[in-house]
Design a protein around this ligand. Structure first.
Ligand code: NAI
Ligand code: 2OP
Length: 442
């Protein structure tokens, strides 16, 4: 019997999306979960009906029967008479086993799971938490509002061996990390979360989200933060270069494009490994505001907020759809224009309500989404990110929000959408304004 793990699922994704499994082989629950996440179909040979003598049933109170080990929750195994009836070979089928739905193992796996002395495939090896299990490590610099949410989302994804949070405020990162770790069993994650008072805590990490810096206060523009945040992002980036030289950096600190540029200068990393997070958030805001019209749901909207994270934001409506239909056919143009305008001002709208800082839930989610997309090597998604174009859309020598595919190593491709001439012009103007602003912080 071979045990099929998540790595084979990843390999199957690369080889066409179908994982063929021989009869009797065991597909781990993690592998099934991974297959669901990345859309791999598992084809297993049908089992041969068992012709075995009845076997003793696993006693109900053993650890192996609890379904819980070391911070990872797995579906409970059935116990009691119904389970015994279901698991005892040779008996007429009693009530169905408790495991049902898309995560339920097939019949062959169920037999294996309930046999005395069977390996416990649903449980990660004891001590595997944070023990370099082959999964990547991610870090978040700045354990403030955005950083805490980003770390939570990364940990919840259970894609990482470890998530490291760092902050200069003594104990802050460790406190947030401990609090998040206390929730590991609640979100079914085995990702270890740790905190450090120095950026050097990100040593050896594969992905680093930079949220360090000051947020906006009412009346402040993002650009008002330039000098103070350039010093912070610059010094953080120099340490990332020293201790995590192979990482991919996702910058969140504002003003976004300028700070991403500073990070690239100070890390010296190639442009593919320094990305700015803004378009994912602005696109999500656009989708949510479209949802408020009642014409569609936010998760049906496909659109791209390009250009700058600011006044030069461009949402090409020619490329916006909902449920496969053009948004311009669903919603009248003045309403769509008003939605784009409100999207552009959404950050300030939240700041004026909060009064003490800026938005952080959706920004943290957005930064984490970029990192989980890379960790999954999920090139099927097109996300808007602040990147350095190399001739795409006729643009060079700037950093601007463009539609991209991300891969394990960072930027995989800038996607050229068939923009209308006016949209292309607006994008070129945004890129030109950003080039001016970026050159001012070089
Ligand atoms: P926050 O003030 O809650 O957190 C920032 C954290 O950075 C603080 O805990 C601070 O101690 C820490 N920090 C400062 N210097 C540091 C250093 N050298 N090393 C490590 N940590 C350091 O602010 P919040 O709300 O989390 O925002 C963070 C940044 O993200 C701000 O610049 C904000 O404008 C920006 N932002 C960007 C968005 C975007 O779409 N790109 C969206 C939302 C926020
Ligand atoms: C936002 O858009 C302030 O950039 C931050 O919420």
């Amino acid at each position: 019997m071979a045990v099929i793990g998540a790595e084979q699922v990843d390999a199957a994704k690369r080889d066409g999306g179908v994982l063929r499994v021989a009869r009797g082989d065991l597909v781990t629950p993690l592998a099934r979960e991974r297959a669901r996440e990345i859309g791999v179909r598992i084809d297993q040979e049908a089992p041969v009906p068992p012709k075995r003598a009845p076997q003793p049933v696993v006693p109900p109170n053993t650890l192996a029967n609890t379904g819980v080990a070391k911070g990872r929750q797995v579906p409970p195994r059935p116990n009691g008479s119904a389970a015994r009836a279901a698991s005892a070979p040779g008996r007429p089928a009693g009530p169905a086993p408790m495991l049902t739905g898309p995560s339920a193992p097939d019949a062959a796996t169920v037999n294996t799971l309930y046999r005395r002395g069977a390996p416990a495939p649903a449980l990660p090896a004891l001590g595997s938490v944070g023990a370099r299990t082959g999964r990547p490590r991610a870090a978040v610099v700045g354990a403030g509002h955005v950083g805490a949410v980003a770390a939570m989302r990364l940990a919840e994804s259970d894609l990482f061996d470890e998530v490291v949070l760092t902050d200069i405020v003594e104990g802050l990162a460790a406190g947030i990390a401990l609090d998040l770790w206390h929730g590991a069993s609640l979100c079914g994650s085995s990702t270890r979360i740790t905190g450090a008072d120095s950026v050097d805590g990100v040593a050896g990490c594969d992905y680093v989200i930079v949220t360090a810096g000051r947020p906006r206060k009412p009346g402040m523009s993002r650009t008002d933060l330039t000098n103070v945040n350039a010093a912070i992002v610059g010094s953080v980036s120099e340490r990332i270069r020293a201790v995590a030289p192979n990482s991919v950096v996702v910058v969140v600190s504002n003003p976004l494009e300028e700070m991403t540029h500073v990070a690239q200068l100070k890390t010296g990393f190639p442009p593919e490994r320094v990305l700015g997070m803004a378009g994912v958030l602005d696109t999500a805001r656009f989708a949510s505001l479209v949802g408020l019209t009642g014409k569609t749901r936010p998760d049906q909207v496909v659109a791209y907020a390009l250009g700058s994270h600011g006044p030069e934001m461009v949402v090409p409506l020619s490329q916006a759809t909902a449920g496969g239909r053009k948004l311009t056919e669903l919603i009248d143009r003045p309403t769509l224009d008003a939605i784009v305008e409100r999207t552009r001002d959404s950050g300030a709208e939240v700041v004026s309500l909060l009064k003490t800082g800026s938005a952080y839930f959706s920004p943290g989610q957005s930064a984490a989404l970029m990192v989980t997309t890379m960790a999954r090597d999920d090139r099927s998604s097109v996300l808007a990110c602040a990147v350095v174009p190399n001739g795409q859309y006729g643009l060079r020598d700037t950093r601007v929000g463009l539609p991209v595919r991300l891969g394990r190593g960072g930027l995989a491709e800038i996607v050229e959408l068939p923009l209308e001439p006016a949209e292309r012009t607006a994008l070129a103007e945004a890129a030109a304004r950003l080039a001016e602003r970026i050159s001012a912080v070089s």
